[in-house]
Every structure is written in structure tokens, then in C-alpha cells.
Design a protein around this ligand. Structure first.
Ligand code: AKG
Ligand code: FE2
Length: 342
């Protein structure tokens, strides 16, 4: 296929949640529209979204899991499709990297181009943003709240999370049930720190209405992800407390990586490209290698501040990581519009 001979690691022999419909692209002659493809794939369990790339002869389809994709593959692959004028459809499983490369029209930078972690790319890192007294005060407030609220903490992988303002549903990867918040408002003790973040980084325009406390015992991490583009609007801020930890950033198309050391008492704010176009992760391991030396991890706490997206939309140029066209998001958007019109 066009351009793909130079793209190793794009296709996979075994089922993956992403598939490439290799012989139908966007367009009039022999092509289809996204709505037509959604009708074809939307009837299969776990369908999430179709991504079409202008000017390319293929399309991409994402399912919730490899099993869901395999079931749709069994029903669709190498068969004539009545909705597409009897055209025989051919599907190939694609890797996550393949999906990102194809969704980007294969125009992504070559592998090995390490992303640069600086403000120009939307990474704002402020070491020692908090004093040791601030850190102790925040830890004390977390403990005080804990006694008063008695939860609700949730365990996600090996870490523990608690939400204020809005809950996050880690299964749906979107805003969840409000009853799962410790409180519908941000805790009052965070407000002076929000003011301080705004004063320090005014251009990031952080105006949070959700706060998440996370506790990482040694060995806990968070797998590669981009925070949902539609669940949250604008900048994301992270205050780090406790042990230092490395955060890895990854370009989904090239897999190029860069590492940022998140020191205790630091502030990290990600916006724009770093927030929407890169994934980030904290590896689930007990130590980090820093300048050739093993640094053991102890317990780490983070406070993340976000603004819940009210429009459920996103017009970023990063389709591989954008959920604006995901079925869940479209359904929620529709339900919201229906509500507004009644
Ligand atoms: O704990 C952190 O430093 C950030 C975690 C993160 O990426 C997230 O909650 O989305
Ligand atoms: Fe994140």
C-alpha cells in the first residue's frame, strides 16, 4: 500500500483493537464517507470510531479490544459489503504505532527524532514550585480530608486515586459518576495553590474544576495515555509530592521518547502539543535509572488539576490520540444536545 513499504511495525498478524480497511478511503470513486463506514462497523460490539485520512486510499477502525476487533474482522473481512455497493472489504490489524502513523497520513517525523520537552512544545516544568512547608501542609490536608471523608479511594492498577469536583471512570476513560467523588467541589486548601499556578504560568490559563489525588506505592505507575481530549479542556497541572519519579513522554507515531524527572515539590503543566499529541506514562517499577545510577522509589503522591470539557469536542490536529469521534463521546454529545433542545 502507498508509502507503507517503509513503515515496519504497522501491521500485526494477531488481533489488535485497531484495524486498517486497506481498500476504502475517503472519496467519491470507490471510496466511502465516515458515516457509511460507521454504519458498517457500528453494528459490531465494541466499535469505537472510524478515522479517515484525506487523500489516502485506506481508513482506520478502532474497537475497544482485540477480541471485539477480531469478531468484526471475522464478519467483514474479504466479504462483499451490501452498504458499500457490494465492494469486498479487506482488513488488516494494525499496531498502536501503526494506527498513529496511518492516522497522521504517514507524514510523521522519522523514528529517532526525540521530542523536545520544553515550553515550545507545551511542557512547563517548575522545580521547587512548592516549599517543604507547602508539601507538608498539603500532605496534612490530604490526611485530614481522609479522616473526614473516609474515602472514596479507588485502586487503579497499583495506585490509589480520589477525585474532587468530577469523578473519572477509568473503564470508559471519561468523566464518570458524580457520586464517586469525595466532594463536588475542589477542596478549599488547594485554592491558594491554584492562584499561584495561574500567577506563575498565566498563558496556560488553568481554571480547574476537577482535582485528583493519586498515591503511588513503590512499583506503581500509570500506563501510556493521553488524558482524554474531550473529558478535559485546556491545560493539565501536576503537583508532585514524596519520592521523585520519571515521567516518559512518547510520540505515538514514531515511538520516540523523552523522559522528565518529576521531583517532589515540582509543578508540571502540559498544554497544546505535549498535552494532546504525546502520550505520557510513569513506568510501574520500583526504581528509576538516573544518570547511570539506580534511584529507588518510595511513596509518591500527585495532585492533578484539570478543567472538565463542557462541549465534549476537540479540534486538535492529533487524530491518533483524539477521542472527539469516539462513539461514547458522540453519544454523550448527542444526549447533551437533545437535553439542551427540550
Ligand atoms: O501522577 C501524575 O504525575 C500524573 C498522572 C497522569 O498522567 C494522569 O493522572 O493522567
Ligand atoms: Fe495523564
Amino acid at each position: 500500500m502507498e508509502g507503507l513499504q517503509d513503515a515496519p511495525d504497522v501491521f500485526s498478524d494477531r488481533p489488535r483493537k485497531d484495524m486498517c480497511l486497506v481498500n476504502v478511503g475517503y472519496g467519491a470513486v470507490g471510496g466511502a464517507t465516515a458515516a457509511e463506514l460507521e454504519r458498517v462497523f457500528g453494528r459490531h460490539a465494541g466499535f469505537e470510531r472510524v478515522v479517515m485520512v484525506h487523500g489516502k486510499p485506506f481508513s482506520l477502525v478502532r474497537f475497544r479490544s482485540g477480541d471485539d476487533a477480531a469478531a468484526a474482522h471475522a464478519a467483514v473481512h474479504a466479504r462483499a459489503c451490501a452498504e458499500l455497493r457490494g465492494k469486498v472489504l479487506f482488513l488488516e490489524y494494525v499496531t498502536a504505532q501503526g494506527f498513529a502513523r496511518l492516522a497522521g497520513g504517514l507524514g510523521s517525523p522519522s523514528a529517532g527524532d526525540a521530542p523536545v520537552l520544553d515550553a515550545a512544545h507545551g511542557v512547563h516544568y517548575v522545580p521547587d514550585f512548592l516549599s517543604a512547608d507547602d508539601e507538608a501542609l498539603i500532605m496534612q490536608r490530604i490526611r485530614d480530608d481522609e479522616r473526614r471523608e473516609a474515602g472514596p479511594w479507588a485502586q487503579v492498577q497499583k495506585r490509589f486515586v480520589k477525585h474532587y469536583g468530577y469523578a473519572f471512570d477509568y473503564r470508559l476513560k471519561h468523566i464518570g459518576d458524580a457520586s464517586l467523588t469525595a466532594s463536588p467541589q475542589l477542596p478549599l486548601w488547594i485554592l491558594p495553590f491554584v492562584d499561584r499556578i495561574q500567577a506563575r504560568l498565566p498563558a496556560c490559563a488553568l481554571a480547574p474544576d476537577q482535582l485528583t489525588v493519586q498515591r503511588y506505592p513503590p512499583g506503581a505507575g500509570i500506563s501510556f495515555h493521553a488524558d482524554s481530549h474531550t473529558a478535559f479542556a485546556g491545560a493539565i497541572a501536576v503537583l508532585s509530592l514524596g519520592t521523585p519519579v520519571q515521567m516518559d513522554f512518547r510520540d505515538p507515531a514514531t515511538r520516540a521518547q523523552a523522559t522528565l524527572d518529576l521531583c517532589p515539590r515540582s509543578l508540571l503543566v502540559i498544554v497544546g502539543e505535549a498535552r494532546l499529541g504525546w502520550e505520557h506514562a510513569i513506568r510501574a517499577r520500583r526504581s528509576d535509572l538516573v544518570d547511570g545510577h539506580v534511584r529507588e522509589r518510595a511513596e509518591r503522591w500527585s495532585i492533578t488539576l484539570r478543567t472538565v470539557g463542557k462541549t465534549l469536542s476537540c479540534d486538535c490536529p492529533y487524530p491518533a490520540l483524539c477521542d472527539a469521534d469516539a462513539k461514547l463521546v458522540r453519544d454523550r454529545r448527542q444526549a447533551k444536545e437533545a437535553c439542551a433542545n427540550t
